[in-house]
Design a binder for this molecule. Structure first.
Ligand SMILES: [Zn+2]
Ligand SMILES: [Zn+2]
Length: 450
C-alpha cells in the first residue's frame, strides 16, 4: 500500500526526484505535457462546423494576425505604469480607428478610450456587448502580467464581433473600453463611477495564466495606508524625550503577524514598511506602512479589515504614538463569473479545441485581485484565465518573457475567438441578457445593486 502511494506520487512529480542537471529538461517536459488546445482539430474541422457569422468572426481575427502581433510587441516594448499608458493608448486607439471603429480617445480618464461599432439595424432589445482592454505594466519588471496580450485580446474580440455585426447579419452593439491602471490604480472603478459601463449589457475580457479556467477565483482586495507620528529626540543623549514611530510600525507588523494564526485560509494580509525614520541617531518621529488585505467575499473582507484596524491602533497605544490610517477608495471586489456567459465561452472554446481545466485543486486555486471584480458586481461578466503554456506564475520576469512569445500570441487569438463567438451567441439570443442579469441579481453584493 505504501509502495503504491509512493509510485503514484513519483508519477505525478517526476522533477522532484531527478538530479539537478536534468531538472530543466523535466520542466520543459511538464510544459509540453499540459494540454492547451488541439490545433489540428481546430484547423481541420472547427470552421466547417460553424455558422457563417461565427466563421466570419474567426476569419476577421485571423486576417489581422500579424498586425495584432505587431501591436502586442509594441506595447510589450513600451511598458508604462498605471494611468500613464500614453504609448499604449495611442497605439490601440490608432489600430481600432484604422479598422473602422468610432473611437473616443481620453474617454473619462487620460489614458482610457471608448470604441464602438454596431449592426445597421438595432432596436430596444439589441444587446450591447462590452469588451475590456488593459495595457498597464508593473514597476521594474515590465509586462510581467501579460497586459500586452490582454490589450490585443480585447482588440481581437472586438474585430470578430464587429465583422459578425457588419457582414454576418448579427444584430448587436459593441463597446470596447480601454481600461488603465489595473495594477493597483483601479481604473475600471473610476470608469464605473463616471458612468462608462452604463450602456453595456455584459462585459468580457480574459487574462493570460498557467491554466484554462473559465471561472477563476479572484478575491476582493483593499489597500490600507498607515502613518504613525511620534517625537524626534537625540537617540543617545535624550532618548527618554522621544516617542519612537518606527517601534509603532514594527509592533503593528508583529500584531498583524500574530493575528495571522486566526485568519481563514482564504484571507491574505501583506504589508511593507515604506518609511522607518531618517538616521539611527534620531528617534524616528514618523513611520509609514502599506498593507493589502484580501478575502473572497465583501463581508469577510470587512471582518478582516476590522481585525487589522485593531492591530494598527494597538501599536499606537503601546508606543504612545498617534496614528492615521485610511483604506483605499478603489478597493477591488471579488470576481463573479457569470455562469451563463462562462458556459457560452466554454462551449465555443471547446469547439475550437480548447481543453478547460478540471483538476479541483486548480479550479479552486486562489488568484490575485482585479478591478474587473467591481465590473462583475454590476454587469454579467467573464474574466477567464487562459494558459499561455507555461507553469510560471504572473508577476515574474519569466512570465514577462513568455508573454512576448509567438506561442502566447497564438493562444491569445484562439481564446479571443472563443469569447467573440460567445458574444455572438448573446446577440443572437437577446433574452439571454435578462437571464444573465437575473443570475447577477441573485449573486451580487447588495451594495452593488443599481
Ligand atoms: Zn497583475
Ligand atoms: Zn494582470
Amino acid at each position: 500500500m505504501v509502495l503504491h502511494v509512493c509510485f503514484r506520487y513519483l508519477a505525478r512529480s517526476p522533477r522532484l526526484f531527478l538530479p539537478t542537471s536534468t531538472r530543466s529538461r523535466s520542466v520543459v517536459f511538464q510544459e509540453e505535457k499540459y494540454p492547451v488546445f488541439r490545433q489540428q482539430r481546430y484547423l481541420s474541422s472547427s470552421l466547417r462546423k460553424m455558422t457563417d457569422s461565427k466563421k466570419l468572426a474567426c476569419e476577421a481575427i485571423e486576417r489581422e494576425n500579424s498586425a495584432l502581433r505587431a501591436l502586442s510587441l509594441d506595447i510589450w516594448d513600451h511598458p508604462e505604469l498605471c494611468f500613464n499608458e500614453k504609448h499604449a493608448h495611442a497605439a490601440v486607439t490608432d489600430f481600432l480607428e484604422q479598422r473602422g471603429f468610432q473611437v473616443e480617445r481620453h474617454f473619462k480618464l487620460d489614458t482610457a478610450f471608448r470604441a464602438t461599432a454596431s449592426s445597421k439595424d438595432t432596436d430596444a432589445d439589441t444587446p450591447t456587448i462590452g469588451v475590456m482592454c488593459e495595457y498597464d505594466a508593473l514597476p521594474g519588471i515590465g509586462h510581467a502580467c501579460g497586459h500586452n496580450l490582454i490589450a490585443i485580446m480585447g482588440v481581437s474580440i472586438a474585430l470578430g464581433i464587429k465583422e459578425a455585426l457588419e457582414q454576418g447579419g448579427v444584430k448587436g452593439k459593441l463597446v470596447v473600453l480601454g481600461c488603465p491602471a489595473e495594477e493597483g490604480g483601479g481604473g475600471k472603478i473610476d470608469l464605473i463611477n463616471a458612468g462608462a459601463y452604463d450602456d453595456m449589457d455584459c462585459a468580457i475580457m480574459g487574462h493570460p495564466s498557467q491554466f484554462n479556467l473559465s471561472r477563476p477565483v479572484y478575491v476582493g482586495m483593499c489597500p490600507m495606508s498607515i502613518t504613525y507620528k511620534g517625537k524626534a529626540s537625540h537617540a543617545s543623549s535624550f532618548p527618554w524625550d522621544g516617542v519612537n514611530a518606527l517601534d509603532a510600525a514594527v509592533l503593528c507588523y508583529q500584531n498583524v503577524s500574530c493575528m495571522r494564526q486566526h485568519m481563514r485560509p482564504t484571507w491574505r494580509v501583506h504589508g511593507v514598511i515604506t518609511h522607518g525614520g531618517e538616521k539611527p541617531n534620531i528617534i524616528p518621529q514618523r513611520s509609514e506602512l502599506l498593507y493589502y488585505t484580501r478575502a473572497p467575499t465583501v463581508e469577510e473582507l470587512e471582518e478582516l479589515k476590522s481585525k487589522v484596524k485593531d492591530c494598527v491602533e494597538g501599536a499606537a497605544k503601546a508606543t504612545g504614538c498617534s496614528v492615521e490610517y485610511k483604506f483605499g477608495a478603489n478597493a477591488y471586489a471579488p470576481l463573479l463569473s457569470n455562469d451563463i456567459l462562462a458556459t457560452l465561452y466554454e462551449k465555443n472554446g471547446q469547439n475550437l479545441g480548447i481543453e478547460f481545466e478540471n483538476d479541483p485543486t486548480r479550479l479552486s486555486k486562489q488568484g490575485g485581485s482585479t478591478d474587473m471584480g467591481n465590473v462583475s458586481q454590476i454587469l454579467p461578466s467573464i474574466h477567464p484565465k487562459y494558459s499561455i503554456n507555461t507553469m510560471v506564475a504572473a508577476h515574474t520576469t519569466d512570465f514577462r518573457d513568455k508573454a512576448r512569445t509567438e506561442e502566447s500570441h497564438d493562444l491569445t487569438l484562439i481564446h479571443s475567438k472563443a469569447m467573440a463567438l460567445a458574444a455572438i451567441d448573446v446577440c443572437n439570443d437577446p433574452p439571454l441578457v435578462a437571464q444573465m442579469q437575473a443570475e447577477l441579481k441573485q449573486r451580487q453584493h447588495p451594495s452593488a445593486r443599481r
